[in-house]
Design a protein around this ligand. Structure first.
Ligand SMILES: Nc1ncnc2c1ncn2[C@@H]1O[C@H](COP(=O)(O)OP(=O)(O)OP(=O)(O)O)[C@@H](O)[C@H]1O
Ligand SMILES: [Mg+2]
Length: 240
């Protein structure tokens, strides 16, 4: 694999009295799209929140671009170049798409070049530019949420389960948009929908019970039914 932009080594996270992450080892190669799969409660969101400093790791190392960010505060981690799109669609419903994006541009007005760049992945945002974001479809709201995260240049984009609650046709739109975005920035994408990510991912890590239980190339996992069943069957069936 190519050099890692983000690397977690032996990361443990406690939430109150609960020991949630139990030694996470995860490498996100620079420039690619890495998928983090795993059943409900496996620790995927906790991993992203730990990377962002929203939970403090109790042990282990989080390195970003060769720098130890494990002790930084969340705003400093964002400043270092990591953007985070949380699980629920983080948009202001009463504000227009334009206002949603302008509010997210903390360091001043966005230049038109950057906007055109964003519209090239998410043409729907241009179309609904002056509409209240609350009127958009679920998939379009996710596009607003992702666009908000990239209005300022970031080296790494963390996206948590963007397909949650979306209809299949909308998921397809979102897949196309993320496919366009891929290659422009490094992405760590949390998902449970294997069909959504099997085409998108370059590399993949599977999480269960607070640990990474598999990591490798997505193409290998996508081609290996027995491995899928072992990892995802186990991960997706055992928690109903
Ligand atoms: N604020 C919290 N307080 C206590 N326990 C928590 C808290 N947040 C998460 N947990 C627990 O940590 C474990 C991992 O949760 P996490 O949200 O990271 O899972 P996940 O893999 O993102 O699941 P999902 O696919 O359902 O989003 C779960 O057992 C969950 O109950
Ligand atoms: Mg989650």
């Amino acid at each position: 694999m190519t050099e890692a932009l983000l690397k977690l080594s032996g990361v443990h996270t406690h939430i109150g009295e609960y020991h949630i992450l139990q030694g996470v080892d995860l490498a996100v190669p620079r420039g690619g799209l890495t998928v983090l799969l795993g059943r409900n409660g496996a620790g995927k969101t906790t991993t992203l929140r730990t990377i962002m400093g929203l939970w403090q790791a109790s042990a282990g190392k989080v390195e970003f671009d060769g720098r130890d960010i494990g002790k930084l505060r969340t705003p400093d981690i964002a400043q270092a170049g990591i953007a985070y799109v949380p699980e629920s669609m983080a948009v202001f419903s009463e504000l227009t798409v334009r206002e949603n994006l302008y509010l997210a541009a903390r360091s001043g007005p966005m230049d038109t070049g950057r906007l055109d760049w964003i519209f090239s992945f998410f043409p729907a945002l241009k179309k609904f530019w002056n509409y209240p974001a609350g009127n958009l479809s679920g998939g379009q709201k996710q596009m607003v949420a992702i666009a908000r995260a990239i209005v300022e240049p970031r080296q790494l984009l963390l996206i948590d389960e963007p397909t949650k609650g979306l209809a299949p046709a909308i998921i397809q739109n979102l897949a196309e948009a993320i496919c366009q975005l891929k290659g422009q920035t490094t992405i760590l994408l949390v998902e449970q929908n294997f069909n959504f990510v099997r085409q998108l991912g370059d590399s993949v890590a599977v999480m269960d019970d607070g640990r990474i239980v598999h990591s490798g190339w997505m193409a290998e996992l996508a081609a290996d039914r027995a491995l899928q069943e072992r990892l995802l069957g186990l991960a997706l069936d055992s928690h109903q």
